[in-house]
Design a protein. Structure first.
Length: 306
């Protein structure tokens, strides 16, 4: 006779419920996992490998001519004045664009939540429209509006001011590009802040009113503290977007004039177009490092309060 250790499952018996749930979960997860593997994981690992080589467009037909160079591409980036300038431009995008976008979004959300109730849905749709509007068409309109004979200068001329050529001025092109980014993205901040405001219990405001707290004190001591989780999420989302900003400078100025509006993402695109695949891959990973570091700092600063 042979002894058996532990429980046995008779033939034909059903599998445990937990195992079936796990199998079903993996079945539903498989399509996403496959897409993620093919279009994100594998390209990311390949780009990391390219960043450590001297791969150029001319080497695609002769892959054996590609040499491993280690961190040489990263050192070249740090020695490239154009790349260092583009890092500063990207930091400027974040430092100016994120506060303005969050400020406009929060102000509109506050107005829609308290003062404008009857047409809230209409205004919410109107303010969110720039987010889903075709960016190419929008950029063409902005180019026409801000050129030397455009709408903005015509309005300035009507009130007695001579308007400049906005997009050809190294000092004025960046504010126009940032303004387009803020206009395109404040709708996202507005919707998220509005959702956060509607989640705040009304009885908290009623209790504060009975204690004699006015609207300003309610905003400062109730609304803002309770919105910290939403503020953290909006801040991280917008920061990631502005660190990877590409559409606005590419479509309005193509990084000009004289590189004054070129971002790190646009620098990566130009390097790739020039056939410098190793350099462009290294620049993309520098962008990833910037996004990661800034996100960690934001979570460290805002998460304890949230």
């Amino acid at each position: 006779m042979t002894a058996t250790i532990g429980p046995t499952t008779p033939r034909g018996a059903r599998r445990p419920r937990g195992a079936r749930r796990t199998a079903v979960a993996w079945l539903f997860l498989a399509p996403f996992a496959l897409v993620f593997l093919l279009y994100t994981a594998i390209p990311t690992v390949a780009a990391l490998g390219f960043s450590l080589t001297d791969l150029r467009g001319t080497d695609l037909r002769h892959p054996l001519a590609v040499n491993f160079t280690g961190i040489h591409n990263y050192l070249r980036l740090l020695e490239d004045p154009s790349f260092l300038r583009d890092i500063l431009n990207t930091v400027l995008f974040v430092a100016v664009g994120v506060p303005l976008t969050m400020g406009f979004g929060f102000a509109l959300a506050l107005a829609l939540n308290s003062g404008i109730r009857r047409l809230r849905g209409t205004f919410r749709t109107v303010f969110f429209a720039p987010v889903v509007t075709n960016v190419v068409a929008v950029a063409m309109i902005w180019q026409y509006a801000f050129n030397a004979g455009g709408t903005v200068n015509k309005v300035l001329g009507a009130i007695g001011f001579a308007g400049p050529n906005w997009l050809d001025d190294t000092h004025l092109a960046m504010p126009v590009v940032i303004a387009l980014g803020v206009w395109r993205n404040f709708g996202i901040a507005m919707v998220l802040f509005l959702a956060g405001l509607q989640a705040v219990p009304q009885d908290v405001y009623e209790a504060a009113s009975l204690d004699g707290a006015g609207r300003w004190r309610q905003l400062r001591h109730i609304t803002l503290p309770l919105l910290m989780p939403t503020t953290l999420m909006v801040s991280v989302l917008l920061t990631v977007f502005y660190l990877q900003v590409f559409d606005e400078p590419y479509l309005l100025t193509n990084g000009g004039p004289l590189g004054s509006t070129e971002s790190v993402a646009l620098y990566t695109y130009h390097q790739f177009g020039a056939g410098e695949f190793g350099m462009s891959s290294a620049a993309s990973f520098v962008t990833l490092l910037l996004v990661t570091l800034v996100s960690i700092v934001q979570f460290r600063m805002l998460r304890p309060r949230a």
